[in-house]
Design a protein around this ligand. Structure first.
Ligand code: OGA
Ligand code: MN
Length: 216
């Protein structure tokens, strides 16, 4: 290979690696570095046109539902939601891709949880109930970036902050799923590495494994 081609190949490789690196999206406290290995973010998991197509179907499924702001003690504020098992032929391939990223079909809950957060909606710190969901939770983000914060329940020095861009998927499993709370920050406190991340309407498609108790 001539020097010029080699140089070009190296540049391409560096550029691609940088593009693939998710480290800038995840900010981890020193104490949580080992635990952070149990989560991933993949950028551009879906394309813009797939997002558009999914949003059409989500809007139809939500019908005339209004955003729910009623219960201040609820874990989620300013949201509407639905659970979907049937998807249009156009969208099914994306849903299958999401499910395959989580595990084999017999391990998965059959429905996708669709959660629509209004621009002033947010999710308070919580741990998904072990009664209703197993060791893996994966979410595709649509429309707006948001910041997800994970906090170890017993050790305040262990925290992980993730920037979730639209089109990305995050996967939380095992230690970060069971020992950490997760939350989606409200717009006024939505910061990542000191940078304000504007929160607009954000829709997530969440795929979860079945509760461990149902697999015994
Ligand atoms: C939930 C939740 C996260 C998300 O619905 O329990 O934590 O990405 N959702 O919307
Ligand atoms: Mn949750």
């Amino acid at each position: 290979m001539c020097a010029k081609r080699l140089a070009l190949a190296l540049v391409t490789r560096v550029a691609r690696r940088r593009y693939n690196s998710t480290s800038s999206l995840i900010n981890v406290s020193p104490a949580a570095v080992e635990d952070a290995a149990s989560l991933t973010i993949t950028e551009s998991f879906i394309s813009n046109s797939e997002q558009q197509q999914l949003m059409k179907e989500v809007e139809l499924s939500m019908g005339r539902k209004k955003y729910n702001f009623d219960h201040w003690d609820d874990a989620i504020h300013g949201y509407k939601e639905t659970e979907k098992t049937e998807w249009s032929r156009d969208n099914q391939p994306v849903i299958t891709r999401l499910q395959s990223a989580v595990g084999s079909r017999d391990l998965l809950l059959p429905h996708i949880h669709v959660l629509d957060l209004s621009n002033d909606g947010y999710i308070k710190p919580h741990v998904d109930s072990v009664k209703f969901c197993g060791r893996i939770i994966a979410g595709v983000s649509l429309l707006s970036s948001c910041v997800m914060r994970l906090q170890h329940e017993q050790d305040k020095h262990k925290w992980i902050v993730m920037l979730l861009p639209p089109l990305s998927v995050y996967i939380i499993r095992d230690v970060t799923r069971y020992q950490y709370t997760h939350e989606i920050l409200a717009d006024d406190v939505s910061y990542h590495r000191g940078q304000k991340i504007d929160r607009e309407r954000r829709v997530s498609l969440i795929c979860r494994t079945k509760p461990q108790s149902s697999l015994l």
